[in-house]
Design a protein around this ligand. Structure first.
Ligand code: C2G
Length: 482
């Protein structure tokens, strides 16, 4: 996406002509062009300042709509720090707004545009396409998003805005960017991939910077999101921590218990936050479900069954990578999560049973665990489809969440009396990654209240299970180190 000021200026002239039925590029000085823009403007930074400046320059009169807390909540924006009053004050201080209004509801934009007889709706290019429908009411202009928020500016303000750098350019990295946009206090700055071409393509698409050298990348960012192939996680996490960066790493974080322990120790030593990104662990519905299960509502938990299957094409990495592919490495973190959360990490026995596909990789895996006072089964599949349910059986009743329970929006509590069913629902917004990003950022900001959602010990245990599985499968990982 490229937004050229030249194009914008031309639009502006044409707009005058259209509005007053003038021909050519004649400009009528006495007529006022009204521009409107909207935003949260939390932790006001140079991206906001530059946006307002250019929006104002599009016309003669700028109206700025500032979102209310309730509207941000409704549209799924998390972690907004500043109050509405402070955000309005900051917009005012920029000196570009001729009028400030508040944005309270979905659908308000169309009404505002009509009510205030707006000529141009302007918004950052990170919203490109999203507001095309407003073209029926006025001109829509997407202004180029500010790619790099400079560190000097942040230092001066002692601002809690964290600049995120992404390592890797795969599917999950693609999903991460729109989700990070909905967490206040973070700005996606850039991407690194040793294949520079991929990094450039990715950066162009998302209007962020591409870095050729890892050292340059580390200089430009405060926190790192590792979304590279599994086998490279260990090396990247270690180097990011050694460069003083907080790290959020996609699951499975590492495939060896000792490596997980070493990385958490390193993070602790350096006073840095290291999070394993299993999104289910941070999603509000799952959290609510665990709350019911652990508070004795269905008695003592005796059995947990978790299943997640997702049919993959035969040529995908998940079904062709003979060392790091297969159903357990891919989906094991999800299905093991409720088991570890409810029955703990001290199981007495563990057994893996697998069905192999054409490439010799597990296309279906069942993990059976025995605990002193309970049992559990985790089932995952990439080439066999099953129901995908989470079932928690206790001494007084059971909890059931159907697929996709890993994005929990609904679950039921059942008892001996079959007519006694309690139903609960919860929101799960977008792709759900915003919850883990939000908790990660809060932890960096010194609020440790979400650390229990996925503890270091649980992540270390998960790495140990990945290691045990790889051993059972006789897979020889190279543990690529950078
Ligand atoms: N912006 C920018 N560069 C950045 C960050 C933000 O140009 N690095 C722009 C956004 O594109 C938006 C404005 O600054 O036009 C305000 O951004 P936010 O406060 O993040 O608000 P946002 O969630 O984008 O509000 O109705 C609300 C709007 O639809 C969007």
């Amino acid at each position: 996406m490229q937004v050229l000021m030249g194009v914008v200026e031309k639009k502006y002239i044409v707009l005058y002509a259209e509005k007053f039925e003038l021909q050519g590029e004649e400009k009528h000085e006495s007529i006022m062009i009204k521009v409107i823009t909207y935003g949260t403007f939390d932790l006001f930074h140079e991206g906001h300042y530059r946006l307002l400046k250019r929006a104002k320059a599009l016309g003669d009169y700028l109206i700025v709509g500032v979102t209310t807390e309730a509207y941000d909540k409704a549209r799924g924006k998390l972690n907004v720090v500043d109050s509405l009053m402070i955000r309005i004050e900051n917009v005012k201080k920029s000196g570009f707004a001729d009028e400030i209004i508040i944005e309270e509801t979905q659908g308000q934009k169309v009404n505002d545009i009509r009510k205030f007889r707006i000529d141009i709706f302007a918004i950052g290019s990170d919203w490109t396409g999203e507001f095309d429908y407003l073209n029926d009411y006025c001109k829509v202009v997407y202004l180029e998003r500010t790619k790099n928020i400079s560190s000097t500016m942040l230092r001066e303000k002692n601002s809690p805005i964290h600049r995120i750098g992404i390592i890797g350019t795969g599917r999950i990295a693609e999903r991460f960017i729109p989700e990070a946009k909905l967490v206040s206090g973070v700005s996606t700055q850039g991407v690194y991939n040793p294949h520079t071409e991929s990094a450039i393509r990715f950066a162009d698409k998302w209007e962020i910077s591409a870095y050729r050298e890892l050292e340059e990348f580390y200089k430009a960012v405060d926190i790192v999101y590792v979304a590279s192939p599994h086998e490279t996680h260990y090396g990247y996490i270690k180097s990011a921590l050694e460069h003083g960066k907080h790290v959020l790493c996609e699951k499975p974080m590492v495939l060896k218990q000792a490596q997980a322990q070493e990385l958490f120790d390193l993070a602790r030593e350096r006073n840095l936050v290291l999070f394993e990104g299993i999104k289910t662990a941070f999603c509000p519905g799952f959290h609510k479900l665990l709350g019911f299960a652990s508070s004795g509502t269905v008695g003592s938990i005796r059995n947990v069954e978790a299943c997640f299957t997702k049919l993959e094409g035969k040529e995908t990495r998940e079904l062709t990578d003979r060392v790091y592919g297969g159903s357990f490495i891919e989906l094991g973190s999800y299905v093991m999560l409720p088991i570890l959360k409810l029955l703990g990490k001290d199981f007495e026995e563990i057994r893996f049973d697998t069905i192999r596909g054409e490439q010799g990789l597990d296309i279906f895996t069942k993990v059976s665990l025995k605990y002193p006072s309970g049992i559990a089964t985790a089932t995952c599949g990439l080439g066999v489809k099953s129901e995908g349910r989470l079932l928690i059986a206790g001494t007084k009743g059971y909890i059931v969440a159907e697929a996709p329970w890993w994005k929990t929006t609904y679950f039921e509590l059942h008892y001996e009396n079959s007519s006694q069913v309690e139903k609960y629902s919860e929101r799960f917004l977008g792709d759900g990654l915003r919850y883990e990003i939000s908790d990660f950022i809060s932890t960096i900001n010194g609020n440790s209240s979400s650390e229990f959602k996925l503890t270091r010990e649980e992540s270390v245990t998960l790495a140990g299970m990945m290691e045990a599985f790889m051993k059972a499968e006789k897979r020889e990982g190279l543990d690529m180190e950078r």
